[in-house]
Write a protein that binds this ligand. Structure first.
Ligand code: A2P
Length: 269
């Protein structure tokens, strides 16, 4: 007997779909996740891509996310805020290993060493999820080849919000690939503004008072020797840009490298 079975049409996978391989929740506001890396994706550490989910209307809902993994990693990592009523992150925070996300393979951004002229020290100053591009850059051997000292600061409201950067900074000296390069060159300086910790205060205040440099036992900022990358909220970027420009730093771009670069920490929703 010839039985014809009617097959339901297989749901077609989106051409830009990638699979979640790991999800880590840090607080009720912060999580990170790893996804498979499309073979065609080449990027410079510090750049961002558009990622997201298929929305209720069947169309991709995409936002800019800094890639938090270094360019040599075979997977991609992202560090995200969770906003309860945010169109994307309210859904993205529920992703699980094996789920698909949409990822567009066109990396862009100015937080790249190519947008800076050569220097001796590299400062990477961040707040909140603005640490993400620095999670990529601090794992990139090129950074330690180009600079003698690397100073990365991360300011959050509470101690728990520093977990992601702290775990990363603590793991770097033992990293089989870059541990040796990092040794002695990397200074990690976490600060909190609303909960007591070893280093308290906004980084803007700690730079202006000189406490950051005193605590680390290093010279203050100098445009002759130092290069700076900023990534945080709009207000943070504006305030720090002024501090840097007052000290003689000039903003750079891919087309015109200079002594500092900045990018807004993306995705507030
Ligand atoms: P504060 O607690 O004093 O506002 P958020 O979680 O709101 O994105 O903030 C992340 C961190 O960035 C907080 O510790 C916050 O400090 C700090 N911050 C916010 N605005 C500025 C700014 N203009 N300059 C320096 N730090 C800032």
């Amino acid at each position: 007997m010839n039985v014809q079975t009617e097959q339901a049409p297989a749901t077609e996978r989106h051409p830009d779909a990638q699979t979640i391989t790991k999800v880590t929740h840090y607080t009720d506001r912060l999580f990170s996740f790893r996804v498979t890396r499309p073979q065609s994706l080449r990027f410079r550490s510090g750049e961002f891509v558009m990622i997201g989910l298929i929305g209720d209307n069947g169309k991709p809902l995409l936002r800019a996310y800094s890639i938090a993994s270094p360019s040599w990693d075979e997977e991609l990592e992202f560090y995200s805020i969770k906003v309860p009523d945010g169109p994307l992150t309210s859904k993205l925070q529920n992703i699980k290993v094996g789920d698909d996300i949409i990822l567009k393979t066109k990396p862009v951004g100015t937080l790249v060493t190519d947008a800076l002229i050569p220097g001796k020290r590299l400062f990477m100053l961040s707040t909140g999820t603005g640490f993400a591009p620095f999670a990529s850059l601090t794992r990139d051997p090129e950074v330690y080849e180009k600079f003698d000292e690397v100073i990365v600061t991360h300011t959050c409201r509470d101690v728990a919000e520093l977990d992601y950067s702290k775990q990363l900074a603590e793991s770097l000296p033992d990293d089989p690939l870059i541990g040796e390069l990092v040794g002695g060159k990397l200074h990690y300086y976490p600060t909190t503004t609303r909960e007591t910790s070893d280093n308290m205060g906004r980084i803007t205040t700690l730079i202006e008072s000189g406490k950051l440099f005193e605590d680390l036992g290093i010279e203050t900022l100098n445009p002759e020797t130092d290069r700076v990358m900023l990534c945080g909220s709009m207000d943070f970027n504006t305030d720090l840009r002024k501090i840097l420009e007052d000290r003689g730093f000039e903003e750079g771009a891919n087309s015109k490298p200079a002594t500092f670069v900045l990018e807004k920490a993306f995705v507030g929703e």
